[in-house]
Ligand binder design. Structure first.
Ligand SMILES: *[C@@H]1O[C@H](CO)[C@@H](O)[C@H](O)[C@H]1NC(C)=O
Ligand SMILES: *[C@@H]1O[C@H](CO)[C@@H](O)[C@H](O)[C@H]1NC(C)=O
Ligand SMILES: *[C@@H]1O[C@H](CO)[C@@H](O)[C@H](O)[C@H]1NC(C)=O
Length: 306
C-alpha cells in the first residue's frame, strides 16, 4: 500500500507538475522522456475520473498506445516489460469495472501469491502443471464438501469459519413465521444471533420490529431480504428466514438522466424503491452462506442532490 501511494503521488501529481517544470531546463533527450511520462500520467488521470465517457476511454487508449509505441525507442528494449504491456489493457478494465480509483489490483496480487504456494518444483513446465492439478483438486473437493459434507465435517475444514453463532435470548417469532418454517423443514430450532463475515445479525423475530435487511446471493444475482429469524436445522445447517423484497438497483439512478447520473459511485448491492411500492413479497429460506452484505434502511421523504 505504501509503495502504491508513492507511485500514485508520482504518476498523478509530480509528473504533470514538477517534472513538467524540470523539463524546460533539460536536454531534448530528457524532455522526450518526460513527455512520455506525461502522456502516461494523462491516460491514467483520465481513467481515474469519477465519471468516464466512451470518448474518454478511447482517448486514454490512444494515449497509451502512442506511449507504448515510443517506449522501446525512448527507454530501450529492456523497458518493454510485461508490466508495461499490461498498461495497454487498462481502458478495457475500466470499461468492465469502472474508474481505476474504484477497484484494486491488490486482490489479484494476493491471488498470485496464493498460486505460488502450489509450486514445489521450479521448472516452467512442471510448475504450471502443479498449479492446474492442485487448484483442480482443491476446487473439486470444495464442491464435494459443500454438496455432501456433514456440517461437523465442514467445520473441521473451516468451512463455516466466517459464521459464528452467538448465544442470546430468543424471542418467540410471529406465528406466520413458525407456520412457514413448519411447512418447509420438519426439525429446527431458532438461533438468537449470528455474525457472518463480521456482520452481526440478530432478528427481532416479530412481524414489524426487525431491522435486519441483508443482500443474499441468488442464481441470477442477489436479492434483498428482511430477516425474520435465523434457524438451525437438525443437521446443524444455519438458514435465514425472512421476506424477499422487490427493489430496484441503485445503479439505475446513475444511468442517463437518473438523479445520480452526475454522482456515479454506485455501491454494488445498494437498492431503492418508492415508499409506496415497498413490499415484503414472499417468504424466503436460504443458507447463511449466501449472505453478501448488510443493508441500512433509510426512509427519506425528500432527496436533494447538489
Ligand atoms: C494451492 O493454492 C490454493 C489457492 O490459493 C491454496 O489454498 C492451496 O493451499 C494451495 N495448495 C498447495 C498444495 O499449496
Ligand atoms: C522441466 O521438466 C520437463 C518435464 O519433466 C523436462 O522435460 C525438462 O527438461 C525440465 N526442464 C528443466 C530446465 O529442468
Ligand atoms: C428432532 O431433533 C431432536 C434433537 O436433535 C431429536 O431428538 C428428534 O428425534 C428430531 N425429530 C425428528 C422428527 O427428526
Amino acid at each position: 500500500m505504501w509503495k502504491a501511494s508513492e507511485l500514485k503521488l508520482f504518476c498523478l501529481y509530480i509528473v504533470p507538475t514538477v517534472l513538467l517544470c524540470v523539463a524546460a531546463s533539460e536536454t531534448e533527450q530528457i524532455m522526450e522522456l518526460i513527455e512520455s511520462m506525461v502522456l502516461y500520467s494523462g491516460a491514467v488521470r483520465i481513467l481515474t475520473q469519477a465519471q468516464i465517457t466512451e470518448d474518454m476511454i478511447s482517448s486514454a487508449n490512444d494515449l497509451l498506445n502512442h506511449w507504448a509505441k515510443n517506449r522501446a525507442l525512448l527507454w530501450s528494449k529492456s523497458a518493454m516489460t510485461f508490466k508495461a504491456h499490461e498498461n495497454l489493457h487498462l481502458p478495457k478494465q475500466v470499461l468492465l469495472h469502472g474508474p481505476l480509483s474504484t477497484h484494486s489490483a491488490f486482490a489479484g496480487e494476493s491471488a498470485i501469491g496464493k498460486l505460488g504456494e502450489n509450486i514445489t518444483c521450479h521448472n516452467a513446465t512442471v510448475s504450471v502443471k502443479q498449479i492446474a492439478e492442485r487448484m483442480d483438486l482443491l476446487r473439486s473437493s470444495t464442491v464435494w464438501l459443500d454438496k455432501y459434507g456433514h456440517p461437523k465435517l465442514k467445520a473441521h475444514f473451516k468451512f463455516n469459519d466466517d459464521v459464528v453463532q452467538i448465544e442470546r435470548r430468543i424471542v418467540q417469532p410471529h406465528e406466520t413465521i413458525t407456520q412457514f418454517l413448519s411447512s418447509c423443514i420438519s426439525n429446527y430450532s431458532f438461533v438468537g444471533e449470528i455474525t457472518v463475515n463480521g456482520f452481526s445479525i440478530c432478528p427481532f423475530q416479530t412481524n414489524d420490529a426487525t431491522n435486519c435487511y441483508i443482500a443474499v446471493k441468488e442464481e441470477t444475482g442477489f436479492t434483498a431480504v428482511k430477516v425474520m429469524a435465523v434457524v438451525k436445522t437438525f443437521t446443524d445447517e444455519l438458514l435465514f428466514c425472512g421476506y424477499s423484497l422487490e427493489l430496484l438497483p441503485y445503479s439505475d439512478l446513475m444511468k442517463g438522466d437518473g438523479i445520480l447520473a452526475a454522482n456515479n459511485y454506485a455501491y454494488q448491492y445498494c437498492c431503492y424503491i418508492d415508499k409506496e411500492s415497498f413490499q415484503e413479497n414472499k417468504f424466503i429460506l436460504c443458507n447463511v452462506k449466501t449472505f453478501l452484505s448488510k443493508y441500512v434502511l433509510i426512509d427519506a421523504s425528500n432527496f436533494y442532490f447538489f
